[in-house]
Design a protein around this ligand. Structure first.
Ligand SMILES: [Zn+2]
Length: 173
């Protein structure tokens, strides 16, 4: 099995508080995050809760984004922590279907697939702007924030904000 999918059937059969450590290594093609240039890796702990498996641990990887000033590629390390719960589709003790709420689901064979939580973690760890170390960084730090180009990923939001302000101004006079 891939190094980001783990069978937790045995852990589910144990009592609350039981733990297991696993080495995670997820290749970039397992996650839909174009900024990733290599595997995400780290050690995760699986802890049996009364009705779920808690996944914790620190993950690392390498990302590449365009410099906010010169648009050259900049590579940097991503570091983020996992803190997610996975629940079985069916209650292993009482039977019946469990309501996952805002938690993740194990597959019917009690396999815990980390690709979605890794993708979410990597995306949330991406900084809003990155500039090249050296000259770009120096120039960037000297500029006032208003003179800096807007992050292209935020442009649609900024457009929406201006549209809303404009419409608001119009309807109120
Ligand atoms: Zn640059």
């Amino acid at each position: 099995m891939a190094d980001y999918i783990f069978n937790v059937a045995r852990l589910l059969a144990q009592t609350s508080g039981q733990r297991r450590s696993v080495d995670v290594n997820a290749p970039p093609e397992a996650m839909d995050v174009p900024e990733l240039v290599g595997s995400l890796w780290g050690t995760a702990q699986f802890t049996r809760l009364s009705d779920a498996v808690l996944v914790t641990g620190r993950m690392r990887g390498l990302a590449r984004v365009p410099c906010a000033r010169c648009t050259d590629d900049v590579e940097f390390e991503l570091v983020f922590d996992l803190n997610d719960q996975f629940v079985p589709r069916t209650d292993p003790v009482r039977g019946g279907t469990l309501d996952p709420g805002d938690r993740w689901l194990l597959d019917p064979g009690h396999n815990l697939d980390l690709c979605d939580v890794l993708a979410e973690g990597a995306i949330s760890a991406l900084p809003p702007r990155v500039v090249c170390p050296g000259q770009c960084k120096e120039i960037w730090d000297d500029q006032s924030p208003a003179d800096r180009p807007l992050d292209p990923r935020l442009a649609p939001l900024e457009r929406l904000r201006r549209e809303m302000l404009y419409e608001d101004g119009e309807s109120h006079g």
